[in-house]
Design a protein around this ligand. Sequence first.
Ligand code: SF4
Length: 314
Amino acid sequence: MADAKKPYSFLYGPVPSRRLGRSLGIDLVPFKVCTFNCIYCQLGPTTNLTIRRRPYTPAADIIAEVDRWLSEDGDADYLTLSGSGEPTLNSEIAQVIDFAQQQTEIPIALLTNGSLLWDEDVRREVQHLDLLIPSLDAATQEGLEQVNRPAAELNIEQIVAGIAQARQECAGEMWLEVMLVAGVNDTDEELQAIREGIDVIKPHRVQINTVVRPPTEAYATALSPQQLKAAREVLGPLAEIVAPLPEDYAGDSDHQQTAEDVFDLLRRRPCTVNDVAVGLDIHPNEATKYIMALLAQERIGPLPKGDSTYYVPV
Ligand code: SF4
């Protein structure tokens, strides 16, 4: 019989999400298996940069946890397939989707960097989801290499064509996310190329974000509100700005105790986001949230060191 107090290994939340309400995260790949190594990634550098699909986390293990969660709790606005990397790299993603769709009416979303949607197997496996949220941060090869630093096999024409094909085939909606980094992919030329990509893909919505969470590279910084508005003009009428403000994090007092635990840890030693996640046995996305809250309260500050950003009390 399942132990109700046993923590989950592959589920986190439900966490409040601006776009999805109360969202239960389902981790399909472990830290950090990805087709990209984005300069703005909140999880830190990619340790396994690959396009090889494998059961990085076996579907049976994930399904067992989803089954337990549905029987013990089961209340969320969305089940969100994501991961500490790119979730479509899990070759058993279809088994997880099929199980969840058979067991619950809760809509299912997929957060993906969109880099494998040229693969018809991947498109077929995700086509019945309620919501696809792929990213398109660049639409030139140079931009892709600067911001996403992809695995060598990937090229931008293939990626845009794959996302466009998925848009045609998916049963639910597609919201395209564009993450803008100041001075990197916000040039006139890159924004115009992304606009052309949007015109080809024809998503239901385009959501512009910028770097508000601790990035992998310290030089990955946010656009100003004025720059975001100018970018929105270029990206067209579908585009909306969804970047959260630091106050959003400061205002989240649900988990004050954990925020204090994070602060105590940082008082003892400087940590990266991943150090905090490992040290407190929480998901890196949750660690990021607490670090954002402490940054907004100006209790801690960033300390770039080598390839990583550490956080220390100020
Ligand atoms: S932001 Fe997403 S796509 Fe980019 S490296 Fe991180 S996990 Fe991979």
